[in-house]
Design a protein around this ligand. Structure first.
Ligand SMILES: Cc1cc2nc3c(=O)[nH]c(=O)nc-3n(C[C@H](O)[C@H](O)[C@H](O)COP(=O)(O)O)c2cc1C
Length: 208
């Protein structure tokens, strides 16, 4: 299947850019480091646009601004590392988005045999190669093929929401309301009732 671009209708009034940014910012995300050693040069950025795409073949994506000065270098990497930042990585995230020559200063990381750079203490890591680039307005959607994944050492992810960093507060959530399955996988429960009670409610929800 090929990508289809829908024509832009000139009659539709332009959306206020501030309102659009606010709406985009209302959607919470994690943040990843996309990094590689390219021709011996450490190269990378912080990106909140990371998302999983496909299980078979294994694909993930992120979007990079067409104005990026790093992407033309990073896209030449044999393999790219994705590291899901942990909630103590707020300063690391700012550094990875800052001046290019300082982005890896003092950072603990590993370089794989193929040149992917994976940060220590990440929540998860992915060893990837470039699969496809799709130009989308002022960004390029970068599809990456995943060759290897790691659990990482960090436990809790850094959250990016409304232009600020946050942490997950799972303890605040009412376990009774959240109990159940998401995409067929068991949700990690703190306190749980008997399995039979849980199963019958799951069946009821599946049928609903
Ligand atoms: C939390 C956070 C998330 C970011 N997410 C993205 C992103 O998804 N895509 C992107 O192009 N830039 C993103 N940036 C900006 C890049 O990290 C980097 O600053 C930008 O690419 C400019 O540098 P460059 O010209 O070297 O590419 C993000 C920055 C921060 C702080």
């Amino acid at each position: 299947m090929t990508a289809h671009a829908h024509p832009h209708h000139a009659s539709v009034p332009a959306i206020d850019q501030r309102a659009l940014r606010d709406a985009f910012g209302a959607f919470p995300s994690g943040v990843v480091a996309v990094a590689a050693s390219v021709k011996g040069q450490l190269t990378g950025i912080a990106a909140s646009s990371f998302t999983s795409v496909s299980i078979d073949p294994p694909l993930v994506s992120f979007s990079i601004a067409t104005s990026s000065s790093t992407w033309p270098l990073l896209r030449e990497a044999e393999h790219l590392g994705i590291s899901v930042l942990a909630d103590h990585h707020d300063a690391v995230c700012r550094q990875l988005a800052g001046p290019r020559e300082e982005r890896f200063d003092g950072l603990p990381f590993k370089v794989t045999g193929n040149g992917a750079v994976l940060l220590d203490e990440a929540v998860a890591t992915y060893d990837c190669s470039l699969h496809e680039e799709v130009v989308a307005g002022d960004h390029v959607i970068v599809l990456l093929e995943v060759h290897d994944v790691g659990g990482g050492d960090g436990e809790h992810p850094l959250v990016f929401h409304r232009s600020a960093f946050a942490k997950l507060h799972r303890d605040d959530l009412d376990p009774a309301r959240l109990d159940g399955r998401i995409n067929g996988a068991e949700v990690d429960r703190g306190t749980r009732e008997s399995d039979s009670a849980t199963a019958s409610r799951d069946d009821a929800e599946d049928a609903a």
